[in-house]
Design a protein. Sequence first.
Length: 348
Amino acid sequence: MHVDTRALDEAVAERAFTGVATIDVAGERTLERCEGYRHRALEAPMTADTRIAIASGSKAFTALAIMRLVEEAALRLEQPVREVLGDDLPLIDDAVTIEHLLGHTSGIGDYLDEEALGDISDFVMTEPVHALTRAEAFLPMLEGHEQRSAPGERFAYCNGGSMVLALVLERVTGEGYQDAVQRLVLEPAGLERTGFLPLNALPGDAAVGYLDEEGDLANTLHLPVLGNGDGGAFTTAGDLHRFWLALLDGRIVSRESVDTMTQPRHEVPGEDLRAGLGLFLHATGPALVLEGYDAGASFRTTHIPASQTTVSVLGNSSEGAWPVIGVLAEAIDAELEGAGWALDDPGA
């Protein structure tokens, strides 16, 4: 894969990118950029194995944990979520299924409506952030949001849907969300550097998330203290490559489930992406995508299965990674176009 190094240098400088950008092809790393600091006040440099938050990128872990339960017959894709919720969240339509939630077609009201949110640095949590350690703790925030459309009617990206799935995960397994994901997804994939780190007690090898390109203002009070169903895991560039290889090798869920999750279902409004079931796909070619954006995090990883190529950008500021993501996205597009892949070609 050819990357315009001058364009990459300009993108790094454009918004003072701090983070890690890599390209891994099978067992070889062909590009690695580590920029800025993981801790600015201490001037601790960013390294290739720094653990960095990926915001909504970790929704995929929620989806895969749910698919594991489907494979174990603890859940069914067509199962109404009401069977697990009981009397909780009564505004969720009784026809909403696990599959609707995985595919962002549930039509439920969103507790974090990205179309209605203001600045990324706003304080959006309505419950004390230090108490948001389990999915059950999110119930007060998930209450009171009217159903917006009929289940299955249309695609609408929904943070609340992923939190409802996290609630299902806790109730079906009897474990906390983070423990269930660790057992069902991270351990089978061999992701030893991936997990849910407390924002108020980050270890020295983790990157602090900064609201801006300059200054020391961190995201500690803007997000739940522990990542949960709709995002917030920490990982490394190396673990992301391992994740994609493990997924496509059938080590997390079966190949049949992978095929189900990577079948294109919808165009994603406002994004140059297609949606599968809990995973996202390149707009025109057979590549898989995870993306995240939040206070103190800007992230995308793209995997091309045919060449076992993973392109990842993990930024520890709200906006800093996007120019870098854009340059590498152009290299990915050129790679796919050069291979002659088109919109309706089969995916992974």
